[in-house]
Ligand binder design. Structure first.
Ligand SMILES: Cc1ncc(C[n+]2csc(CCOP(=O)(O)OP(=O)(O)O)c2C)c(N)n1
Ligand code: SF4
Length: 283
């Protein structure tokens, strides 16, 4: 198995001590090492936020785009290089709020990418405003009277959209998280992994302890190919929070709709002389 330290960039982070992003990054290194995936064969693609800083601190290919816009470049990377393992990493705001529209259409298209949502139920980078998954009643500096909207349920949403892989895990259970990351990466199609990741600075409700007291692994006899069972599980949240693969099905993958795309990648890029010739002809 490859060593995990080859994935960790030798650079200081700006994450707060105790942030759930640290164990998440460790789990990702373990997941890639366990799959014997070399850093040059993977790409971590993000938008904006604390979670989205991951490519700065992780030694794979990386791309850091606009807030809510991790999925389009991730899909493009996989379309242009099918041999690359593509991981989109977003916060809950980045993935479910600003990026909500892209989430809808990515699920519809089913590209072969893994999407890891660092769900801390708050906007971390911008100092604790409510995100789509923040509970009603929680008071923040910009919601001083408490959040009034119902929280977004990513699992129910993805089941309803017919996503081909839907799972949840928790950074406090490293072995489980590594297993779920590997299952999401191995899945052929769009794999949504919602990761419970405490923000120790701005979310004083959904703490490590709060999650630890509630999460439980799905029962051995749970059938994750049964969509009705998945709907039921997706509604379970509160005193008991299930983690594991909630739903999985085989579906055609986005790239299969483009038979004219070649499977062999020209890593050197286009032939510059031909491009120049083309430009000269049209100018
Ligand atoms: C279009 C747009 N809206 C708002 C912002 C400001 N902004 C930057 S990060 C962020 C919150 C990020 O929260 P989340 O995605 O939950 O990630 P976290 O920082 O908690 O990991 C916001 C609102 C922005 N950069 N671009
Ligand atoms: S603000 Fe929250 S999410 Fe951001 S680094 Fe600190 S603990 Fe982590």
């Amino acid at each position: 198995m490859a060593k995990t330290d080859i994935y960790e960039a030798d650079r200081d982070t700006t994450w707060c001590p105790g942030c759930g992003n640290f164990p998440l990054r460790k789990a990702l290194a373990e997941a890639l090492a366990g799959l014997e995936l070399k850093p040059e064969n993977a790409a971590v693609i993000t938008g904006i936020g604390q979670a989205a800083k991951l490519p700065h601190y992780f030694r794979t290919n990386g791309y850091n785009g606009l807030h809510g816009r991790a999925l389009p470049p991730a899909v493009a990377a996989k379309l242009s290089n099918p041999e690359l393992t593509v991981i989109a990493a977003t916060g809950d705001g980045d993935g479910y709020g600003e990026g909500g529209n892209h989430l809808i259409h990515t699920i519809r298209r089913n590209p072969d990418i893994a999407h890891f949502v660092h769900n801390n139920q708050i906007y971390g980078l911008t100092k604790g405003q409510a995100s789509p998954t923040t509970y009603p009643g929680i008071e923040t500096e910009v919601q001083p009277e408490g959040v009034t909207s119902e929280p977004f349920n990513p699992i129910s949403f993805a089941v309803g959209m017919g996503a081909s892989f839907i799972a949840r895990s928790f950074v406090g259970d490293r072995d489980h998280l590594v297993k779920m990351m590997q299952a999401a990466i191995r899945h052929k199609g769009y794999a949504l992994l919602d990761i419970l990741q405490p923000c120790v600075s701005f979310n004083k409700v959904n703490t490590y302890q709060w999650y630890s007291e509630r999460v439980y692994q799905l029962e051995d006899d749970y059938d994750n190919t049964d969509i009705n069972a998945a709907f039921k599980k997706s509604r379970e949240w509160g005193d008991k929070i299930p983690i594991g693969i909630i739903y999985q099905q085989k579906k055609p993958v986005f790239r299969e709709s483009f038979p004219h795309l070649s499977d062999s990648i020209d890593v050197d890029g286009p032939d510059k002389a031909k491009v120049k010739n083309l430009i000269d002809n049209f100018s």
